[in-house]
Design a protein around this ligand. Sequence first.
Ligand SMILES: *[C@@H]1O[C@H](CO)[C@@H](O)[C@H](O)[C@H]1NC(C)=O
Ligand SMILES: *[C@@H]1O[C@H](CO)[C@@H](O)[C@H](O)[C@H]1NC(C)=O
Ligand SMILES: *[C@@H]1O[C@H](CO)[C@@H](O)[C@H](O)[C@H]1NC(C)=O
Length: 221
Amino acid sequence: MYVGGDRIINIIADRSTPYMAGNEKTCLRFVCTFVLSAGFIVLIYWATFQPRHIQATVGSAALSNLTVSNLTVSYRLNVNVTMINPSGRVGVHYDALYARLSLRDDDGGSAFLGPAKVISPEAFYQPRRSDNLVTVVFDGMTGVAVASDVATEVAREIKAAAAVGFELAVDARVRYKFGFVMVRAKPRTRCSLRIPVKPERRRRRGVDGVLSPGHRCIVKY
Ligand SMILES: *[C@@H]1O[C@H](CO)[C@@H](O)[C@H](O)[C@H]1NC(C)=O
Ligand SMILES: *[C@@H]1O[C@H](CO)[C@@H](O)[C@H](O)[C@H]1NC(C)=O
Ligand SMILES: *[C@@H]1O[C@H](CO)[C@@H](O)[C@H](O)[C@H]1NC(C)=O
């Protein structure tokens, strides 16, 4: 950098000399060399670290005490999400995780249920080629008001002991560290869950259901 600066000063100082054309050529060559080396360094960095987007899957989910009455849904849902860093070159710092849940039916109808009560761990460091289990707990036992079409759909699914559709959204704030360069990103994860509910039993309040593992989520940056 310092040498380059000296050269620029030399070029400017030489402007009064009769060899202007030659100096302009030198200047152009200098700028070209600089741009090419900067580009090359960026390319080398990229090739070395190969940052790859994080991935997520739902390992398991347990739904309990799901009821619908008077346009109010009450439920409890625990979800185990696996966050995966597939990169063999770079670790990921998760600075914050936020999760929220919606009901989602086949016709595209949806109803927001609320943010997670617990998300654990909320911040962690993920080394290269590793995964972490994140536990998310939604507690809707006090009841959440929903639109009548969604309430009707959920009531029908409970009665038929069918599957109830949810959408889990996990938004993250992450940092990648490439040597001395820090890159920040906000990946958004969307997992669609269809949890089969067990037939309703008289004595209990609400229905339960478990989701088998392997639901891949969509991650967007
Ligand atoms: C989530 O994982 C933990 C630890 O493996 C386990 O104890 C818990 O039962 C799981 N929760 C669900 C909802 O599957
Ligand atoms: C929730 O469901 C469980 C069974 O899964 C039941 O034992 C419990 O009484 C229910 N809780 C409420 C508040 O209905
Ligand atoms: C149903 O909800 C409405 C409005 O929220 C309320 O006025 C009504 O009393 C509720 N009925 C029952 C049976 O809870």
